[in-house]
Design a protein around this ligand. Sequence first.
Ligand code: ATP
Ligand code: MG
Length: 403
Amino acid sequence: MKHELPVESRVISLIRQLQEAGFEAYIVGGAIRDLLLGRTPKDYDVSTSATPEEVRSVFGRRSARIIGKRFRLVHVQFGGELFEVSTFRQAPDASASGSRRHGEELPEHLILSDNSFGTAEEDAWRRDFTVNALFYDPVRSELIDFTGQGIDDIRNQVVRAIGKPQLRFEEDPVRMLRALKLVGQYDFALDAATENALFAALPLIRHAAPSRLSLELEKILSSSYGDRHLQAFHDYGLLEYFLPELEHAWGTPAAEYALNLLNERNCRVAEGLYRNSISLAMATVALPFVELECDRGPGELWEDNPVASAAIRVVLDRIFLPQTMMNRMTESAVRVLSLQTQLIDPETVEDSLFESKSYAHARELLLIRTAVAEEDVAEAERLWPAAARRRGGRSGRRRSRRR
Ligand code: ATP
Ligand code: MG
């Protein structure tokens, strides 16, 4: 079907280059979903008939790097941007699934490798949800809905698993998380069969590869919709398996405060004021629980002493360790939290504070706390100047804004 979508010109050039080399190439996945919803895509995924080696020869060895094992794809540096280019896949056969990983007995249908190449149509059918299975050729302005339901489901805001939902979640439990991210992010609803299968398959999330769950957590924390994703996980009972500490605290004043802080951070990221730092997101979620650990209520900050320093680490580990965050992020979150007790009086602080590696994020958290407490953000910004090369936060009195 002919359909004009406002695709970035760089992506059109990349697709054209593959097509001129004799291959089929389409934009696929989230970008088409987002464009049809009238949103700006976060990034573009490209799918092609070229094998990873052929993609490399089209773009040159310097610009194209093959990555992944379970799912081999090519990272192509093109026009100053990084694109994921994957080869059309067919549904993995039974021999690629099931059995054991590191001695652990795994469910029968779990997919461990997904590298059998196929046609564009086969590639659409092995994708997770109809709304994620649309193909778009931006050179010919051609939109292809192989499942026949993707466009309607986007229109009706429905998340529908392709094929048998139960099997699709058993093959790859991370798909449950992906379904609920769509629910949280776009206010989509699960179709009834997908919903029933999800409830039945939830405990299987334990069998998902830890590295993939950690990657999902990083994506959630760096996105500007993380608070909505976590809400959907809680609503459907997934949070218990994903971040149990947060689930247990859900509904308490500390958890409410944590979500307000994360929401405020996300609004600032969505408005382009703050970078999407994962460590800042971790710090916003953890701060109320550090206060609690130090016998303080929401917004009461702790006193700077060795007990509080220890509490910061304990709390970060308790909340995020189920998904092993990268050490670098945790260390940065520790510094952001530790600096909060120093951002009290700008007259008495050492100048070196402003030079500190984590000052920018620590200041951002201070401003987020100030906004959530409905105090004077403009005044706080004046007192705590942004490092010279950073853009400062905007003034205003806000609370729990929705995007
Ligand atoms: P986002 O906007 O977060 O990037 P996305 O849907 O593009 O959303 P990606 O992780 O970039 O998510 O995946 C690109 C596409 O690959 C998806 O839209 C979907 O078609 C397919 N896909 C990703 N993960 C899976 C999976 N676990 N099972 C089947 N298909 C998947
Ligand atoms: Mg994507």
